[in-house]
Design a protein around this ligand. Sequence first.
Ligand SMILES: O=c1ccn([C@@H]2O[C@H](COP(=O)(O)O)[C@@H](O)[C@H]2O)c(=O)[nH]1
Length: 470
Amino acid sequence: MDELATKLFDVQAVKFGSFTLKSGQVSPIYFDFRLIISYPAILEKVAGLMWKKCADNGANVDLICGVPYTALPLATLISVTNRVPMLLRRKEVKDYGTKKLIEGDYRPGMNCIIVEDVVTTGSSVLETAVELRKLGILVTHAIVLLDRRQGGKENLAKHGIELSAVLHVEEIMASLEKQSKVDHKVSEEVMDFIRGHQQSIISPNPRLHVSLDERRSSSKHPVASRLFDLMIAKKSNLCVAADFSSFDEVIKLAESIGPKIVVLKIHVDILEDFTLAKMKQLKKVAKSHEFLIMEDRKFADIANTVHQQFHGGVYQISEWADLVTAHPLPGPEMITHMFGDSSSDSRDTCGCVLILEMSTKNALTNPDYAKEGAKWGLMASDVVAGFVAQSPPDSDFSGWIQFTPGVNSASKTGDSKGQQYCSPAEAVLERGADIIIVGRGLINSSDVVATAENYRTEGWAALTQRITNP
Ligand SMILES: O=c1ccn([C@@H]2O[C@H](COP(=O)(O)O)[C@@H](O)[C@H]2O)c(=O)[nH]1
């Protein structure tokens, strides 16, 4: 480390004086690592140490991505030397061609390590992580040549990113002082500045503050794309849970509130008078009022059984459901194979909605469960259109849609059987809901049309507020 610190000082990649940083602060030390490209031996040494740090930390690496621009040569060298594929993040979108911000070959669910030269607050690393996460790429580690120790490690940890640094500012100062490159006074001045300038950052969540149009273009499932279109066209994020035992009641409700909703959710197995002919009738209503039908089947068996439950039996769910819920409990293979093989038509006509968290008190769906389920969902982006949750999952992806049940404006607590409720605004603004699911709060009201309009207005206003005022 002494050798590296000296080399960086000698080529003036570490400078002392008075420097105005991006944040406006005036710093007594400046790291100009752009210079390293003029010294291939130093570049090679640094890239080697960074990759070693990464390997020592046991990070899972499928891809690496450099933060533009200074870290790009470092990332390229690491990529080529270690045969690890690289992604390129653009700073600005081109207004021609593919208009992509991230270039390269990737699949959702892949682990990407971010490579950076210097971290102060961590904001540049986070900006890159946000863009990668929008595409379903997992980002849990970043590797940096120098950590200025001004809060970056802590800030990134809050966003699920572990930062590893080859050098820390106090090591550089100690080393340069030991070798009489700087005197003790300068060293003290630098360390006082570092201690006095700890900074935090607030970061946009990858999904919560992105426009629906933009999310629609990153969505990977045709049913999710259709749902984004409906939300935009109908200015609605309302899904109604039509939990009646009579199919005629469901159809009557759908006819009256159809213009206000984007999804009608049913439990087909509680309908006493289910017939495929009545389902055809409901499909007609859904077509004319433009809403999707979600079967809240909550599949949770082995893939072979779920496949039969989905396609067969008396309900023939695959014939009519636009969305169907499933627990990730049985594992990723069930999710991948539930609709059949990759050529199955159902993959385009029906989207799986994974239940990552339940709304009930004492549910076993804890954060680790939700995190793992979300990861599996990302790996099956041709099957999964969204998820049911009470908070944004760790592995978030802006092309997915979050459905949040347990919404009821009239009850602050819940029912007497474990269900918990919150308001539409709380569901959207605090819990990350894109779509609010309202059941008894609407279907038991005396004027379902007026109540649907109230939920639609409140839910939509909250969603608009969240997008426009991050
Ligand atoms: O975690 C979950 C998952 C699904 N639900 C379903 O949503 C509705 C809620 O009905 P309310 O009358 O508004 O309580 C119902 O169909 C549940 O099966 C859920 O509540 N929680």
